[in-house]
Design a protein around this ligand. Sequence first.
Ligand code: 13P
Length: 253
Amino acid sequence: MTSRIPIVAGNWKMYKIRSEAADLVNGILPAVSKNNYCEVVVCPPFTALQTVANIVKGTKLGLGAQNCHFEDSGAFTGEVSPLMLKDIGCKYVIIGHSERRTKFGETDESINKKLKALYKHQLLPILCCGETLEERESKRLYEVVERQIRGGLADIPSEKMPTTVIAYEPVWAIGTGRTATPEQAQDMHAFIRKILADMFDKSTADNIRIQYGGSVNAGNVKQLMAQPDIDGALVGGASLEPEKFIPLIQFKD
Ligand code: 13P
């Protein structure tokens, strides 16, 4: 038996100016303080990280960023480095979100470099993977997710894996209101764990947390979290209001 502590993370995407970010975090903090069975993380846009860092300091609420560059510094206009994120108080960084892959040309190779850069600074990656609707319908879903996992985690030593979080986010379920069924999600999570066992070993794989993401809401969270290989959620839309986010961290109540 393993004891993976579930992790629920809010990916705010490109929403919330600083005052709104402060209101949102202050709105969820009391519920986070009372929660003993899952880790909770918020990932604001870069411009609100400092504001949120000041509020969450010393609390149980973790801070994450949504992306980073793989170098510590350099002539990379518009980019933010892992060193800068560490300096501001981030613990987690989302890497390889499907929006970054499809809209900003990220590849498994660049994602792999980013992961390695995060480990260097003891930042914890949330590595995203997931197939498009077309890939699912043409039955290429396993092949695509396997490529993303093997590519993203290429040459990563197994000792880094317990602090790595994987997020399975089927692209067709993101922001669409169309969630994977608990069975579809469990099936893919079990498949991902099998790949991880093959890449590393079974006990390493059994300790890695795999979040589900894609239209998670108060109505579907309990059933999703009840699946044996689902260890939390990566939440977009429903992380933007305390009333919608709080039920997602109380999925056992
Ligand atoms: P939604 O929860 O809005 O579907 O977004 C999911 C997501 O992309 C989280 O990273």
